[in-house]
Write a protein that binds this ligand. Sequence first.
Ligand code: ADP
Ligand code: MG
Length: 346
Amino acid sequence: MEGRRSLKRPACLLLCVLFLFCLSACGADPSPRTASVWAFDTLCSATVYGGPDSVQSPLEASLREGEGLLRAGTDGRRFAEADGQLLEFLSSEEAELIQTAWQISDWSDGAFDLTVAPLSALWDVSRATRPPAEEDIARALALVGYRTAECTAEGVCFSKAGQGLDLGAVAKGSAGDRAAERLQALGCTGGVLDLGGNIKLFGAKPDGSLFRVGIRDPRGDSALGILTLTDTSVITSGSYERYFEYEGVRYHHILDPRTGRPAESGLLSVTVVCKDGALADMLSTACFVLGAERGTALLDTVNASGRWPAAEGIFVLEDGGVVVTAGLEDAFSLTSKDYFRKEADP
Ligand code: ADP
Ligand code: MG
């Protein structure tokens, strides 16, 4: 018996090696396919390995589906037209997303709040040229607050007409997850999806290597550091993304629901890394409003709950400090001399 087994083993091994060699030599096409689509009001692109000859139509189909699942209007906002109105969930995906968002609102003490819609519509940062009047900010602010609305199993019930939901902070993260799933189901073995700076990574390159994602220098066009990883989402919220300037002051698109104005928490950007892209998207916006210290505490709370895959963060501070949570120590390297590593302030 023993003699027969020892004769067979090398033969089996040789077959396996030959099989793997054929797979890598004949099967995997080393050149990537690219596709791009305008969706979610931004340029979305894919660079993938393996799978069909063109990924243009599957990418487009999944992003349109993502838009349709999450949106009533083109800008991602919808409003209650009467007191006590229930805005029904459009899909089970949306229900899950909004229920998670309510949890993040609680844990962030309202820094993250989908009911910011009246305020974000008033600021309309993509089109505006000057800030709104104080009394208009106060009026919009009176309609904001997830605690004044009830998130039920069917939808969100608002107490006052004019209240509403803004899915701008969550839509792209979840769409990236869906698009990656579809491309993998079509046989793509690795890829990078970029939905306006919200990155989704899956699989590996044909040579087996991981992907390298640059973390943008918020004060320039280059990268301040590099993350090397895969099978996750890398999602950034920053004051440099969408803004206008008025009388020398920059007004960006992430609003602090406590003040009704663009958040000022000492950050230039936050990048959240998590396998769940929808969650990463929410957390990047939440952490931007909270700042480095309270933001890292929020990530700790989310991770301690054990309900989702681990969420880690890179906080870029206005003074050039870069705070990196423990789970990214190995994956992140700081490359810019204009920034320095820093611990979160106690
Ligand atoms: P981007 O959409 O540029 O990737 P974010 O994910 O951070 O950036 O989302 C910003 C968008 O989220 C805003 O354009 C607005 O629609 C919405 N928003 C702004 N402030 C908040 C907030 N405090 N909580 C939830 N959503 C917000
Ligand atoms: Mg976000």
